[in-house]
Design a protein around this ligand. Structure first.
Ligand SMILES: NC(=O)c1ccc[n+]([C@@H]2O[C@H](COP(=O)([O-])OP(=O)(O)OC[C@H]3O[C@@H](n4cnc5c(N)ncnc54)[C@H](OP(=O)(O)O)[C@@H]3O)[C@@H](O)[C@H]2O)c1
Length: 432
């Protein structure tokens, strides 16, 4: 028996649209969709009402056709407090720093009836947080963590609506359940496999959470002077996340931060008795492949045993090899697809006129603070993470000062995320 018969999708972003279409199309579930009240969600809910509650997914590449489709959602809730049950599965497709927000606002009777919670894009410790939060209301609920969302999905016309475009589908995802193996886990894997994703089942949710590439690379890619300036000051020309200096932030020093931070996270993971990640394998096999001439199989296999300077070298080569898509077709001038041209998005005014920080690095700030907090709790030193966070908080404070007197979102506040961290650490202590 599975609990994926009545599924409430919490979140009103592009991922929620894709997931709702997948859950209805592949599993035939009854699907409800819920979101908080906000400027962005207002546009989404209006478009959904205008379409007769029909959601639509288009795909960019024919090879991802299985992800495309339409579905009529069965119920729509504006504001988590207005959700009425019963819902046997809750899919959290909000950002990882918003899980508590959602769980706290759902009616306790609704939450009490939930038998399975799926975390679509959690961070390290998210399942511990959710389990702790559910203990008083739904102590037997299964918690399933995916290592990440299944692909790359954005609004079809650039603004929130019922219509999205899935431009990429991941090759591989990791997934873990608090029950080990379960009917819910198997069905969820089946739904992802139908879209072409290779699903690797881990022993627990936290093991899946450690296999998220953003956790390892985003802090250094976003918390450096060049990226921070592009995000908070946006004074010069556009800079690109994945380009080398001067077009982007990547330098040997930044690469050293990535590798050092990977070692620090690895120590935390080892302290929890879990298996670490071979960073280079993760980069070239699970994310984007490079040519064998750039990085050999042997380099990938031996990566964890290599001297630190050799590890830095290989990660630098990896980024240099992906400036263009090495498997794209060159044009008549011999130019390959400009793969690394992902602009660093600057701070912006939201629907209510308040300054806000884009999801990257806002969500990465939360993720990195959680790792730092868990490392402290376990007595693991993390000087690189400390350095990156100090830089980010300096930039945040400076940006808030520069906009004194103007309306700012809470993303401009330096935070310790104490409440979430205490719950995560408490749960980790119970599990050990
Ligand atoms: N889209 C992708 O291709 C992709 C790829 C990889 C990973 N992911 C991850 O998947 C998750 C969802 O992505 P998405 O593109 O659907 O995201 P999104 O559009 O940025 O937001 C998803 C939902 O989260 C809500 N939310 C954000 N911050 C919140 C807060 N502080 N409190 C309450 N609700 C909050 C949003 O509400 P509002 O609209 O009201 O802000 C929205 O309903 C994210 O964690 C993202 O990093 C997405």
């Amino acid at each position: 028996m599975s609990d994926l018969d009545r599924v409430l999708v919490a979140g009103t972003g592009p991922t929620s649209v894709q997931l709702a279409v997948m859950l209805k199309g592949v599993l035939g579930a009854v699907v409800g969709i819920a979101g908080r009240e906000s400027g962005r969600s207002g546009a989404f809910f209006s478009a959904l009402a205008a379409s007769g509650r029909v959601l639509r997914v288009d795909v960019q590449n024919e090879q991802h056709r299985a992800a495309a489709g339409t579905c009529e959602v069965d119920e729509v809730f504006r504001g988590y407090g207005s959700v009425a049950g019963p819902w046997s599965t809750l899919v959290l497709s909000v950002t990882a720093d918003a899980y508590t927000h959602v769980l706290d606002r759902l009616d306790r009777r609704v939450l009490g009836g939930v038998r399975c919670v799926v975390l679509v894009s959690p961070t390290f410790g998210s399942s511990s947080l959710v389990r702790n939060r559910l203990r008083a209301v739904a102590p037997d609920a299964e918690v399933i963590s995916l290592s990440s969302y299944l692909g790359g999905t954005r609004w079809h016309d650039g603004a929130p609506s019922h219509h999205v475009l899935t431009a990429a589908v991941k090759k591989r995802l990791y997934v873990g359940s608090s029950r080990g193996r379960s009917a819910n886990l198997d069905l969820l894997c089946e739904a992802h496999r139908r879209l072409g994703v290779d699903m690797v089942v881990m022993g627990s949710p936290v093991e899946a959470e450690t296999r998220n590439i953003s956790l390892y690379v985003h802090p250094a890619l976003f918390m450096n002077e060049i990226s921070l300036d592009a995000v908070f000051a946006a004074s010069g020309p556009v800079k690109y996340v994945y380009k080398l200096v001067p077009e982007g932030p990547i330098t040997p020093a930044l690469v050293n931060d990535i590798v050092s931070q990977w070692r620090e996270v690895g120590e935390v993971v080892a302290k929890l008795g879990l298996e670490g990640v071979n960073l280079l394998r993760f980069m070239v096999e699970d994310s984007y492949p490079v040519r064998e001439e750039s990085i050999s199989r042997d380099d990938v296999e031996r990566f964890e045993e290599l001297p630190p300077i050799h590890q830095d070298y290989l990660v630098y080569v990896r980024y240099a090899s992906l400036l263009v898509d090495p498997f794209s077709e060159p044009d008549a001038d011999g130019r390959y697809f400009d793969f690394s041209a992902v602009p660093l998005r600057p701070v912006f005014r939201d629907g209510e006129g308040r300054w806000d920080v884009p999801r990257m690095p806002k969500e990465d700030y939360y993720r990195t603070k959680v790792i730092q907090g868990v490392a402290r709790h376990l007595g693991v030193g993390c000087p690189t993470i400390d350095k990156l966070l100090a830089r980010y908080e300096r930039a945040l404070t400076g940006a808030a000062r520069a906009r004194a007197g103007q309306p700012l979102s809470e993303a401009f506040e330096v935070k310790d995320f104490r409440e979430d961290l205490d719950m995560i650490c408490e749960e980790i202590a119970v599990a050990r």
